[in-house]
Ligand binder design. Sequence first.
Ligand code: ACM
Ligand code: ZN
Length: 497
Amino acid sequence: MFRNEIDTVNGQLREDLERMGLAYIQDREGKAVICQMENNPPASPAPSVMPALLLNNEGYRITITKENITINAASGKGMYHGLQSFRQLVLSEYKGFQEEGRFNESNFSLSCGEIIDYPRFPWRGFMLDCSRYFYSITFIKHIIDVLSLHHINRFHWHLSDDQGWRLPVPEYPLLTETGSLRKDHRMPWIPFTGGFYSEEAIRNLVEYAAKRHIDVVPEIDLPGHASAILAAYPDLGCTGGPYHVEDRFGIFEDVLCAGNNRIFDLIAKVFDSLVWLFPSSYVHIGGDEVLFNRWKACPKCQKRLSELGLKKPKELQSWITQRLVTMLAERGKTAIGWDEVLEDSQQFRLPKETVVMSWRGSKGGIAASKRGHPVIMVPNTEGCYLDYKHIDDPEEPGQTFNIISTVYKSYCMNPVAPQMTEEESSQILGGQCNLWSELIYAGKIAEYMIFPRLCAVAEAVWTPPENKNFDDFSRRLITHQKRLDLLGLLQYRGPLR
Ligand code: ACM
Ligand code: ZN
């Protein structure tokens, strides 16, 4: 029982303790920590907590007595979360950097007590943009491991954008041969930068994440943010090109031609590759920031518009979205789209099961919940965009879209908007934070942008609002940042609000 969880955490603890300068010696019986299937409701605390713990298969209970440590859970997920909380306790025993003398076994102790814990939301995510900056698999694995320490359970992998295509698709080899490389004008001495993830690397990463109970959700951004696709297959654009993989950052006019049926041939093969490589039941189809000027001027798009009886070129996006959602449903997958997919969809209604990811504040998510869609909240206005500056200081790295994302703001994020009815709030799957990588030139910079704001969002999507307290979080953060130091992560250390 719990073989995967025990083996995975054994490996993590071995590395953690080595980082502390300690040897990892397993109890001869392997029973320093007892992992038990939850079959009896725990005897304490208040009974009202119990049904939630038992119903929620991500819940766990840790009991520390003088004799032993017991972790109870009803599932592997719950056990893994329990073991990660235990791992946090172990990591916080590292007195490390600022205390005199080396850490040793004699001052390693855990307090006796009981923890009963379970999440508020089933979707607790983090998105990494691997198009604008091409992160190594080694880096992503390290981040995934640390995500799981924070009970994050979804890794949203942004695999395509104007600046690079990262997914191998055997039937369309130019997507990676041409679309994964860009001329980086900051580094004129290097012919091209970029790359793509091999099938083997992707499988390996998905397996690594699965062992940590993290679902890897791939995103292919369609029909905009498509410069890399067009550079590879120029006949799929309205003008025919020439196109190139973008090195500038922004929103570009060239998108997939809505009048060309061959775009769906390519998308079908892309989806086949995703189905082949990713076991997740979700695929993210993007849909954000599509410009319509090319569709206005393109005879093929105009023909399509009149055939469909549509008036505005913008409506073609909802027609495309509906097709993509159906193509995914045929492959057993549920589509997720950025909140733009909800717009102008009177004629081609967005299928109910489509998940809407609300990024332009919460309004898209609120509207989607009213229309019965499952919703994931990632409001850029509420601390969920980790590419924004931590504070208003010209020397801080980060985007300057007039939005500052303090740690405090990230902590206050609440996936349920105050004006939502009970029915609407029941549509909320959870929330996440995103790291876009336009201004990221190395994984270390990414770490600085991610931590500790991710810690704040992780708590916001796990803990019920009545148990949140920023002062308490700030105090715990002092210990937590030492844990992250020990894991080798670069962190922002400035003002929290
Ligand atoms: C987005 O930030 N363009 C989804
Ligand atoms: Zn066109």
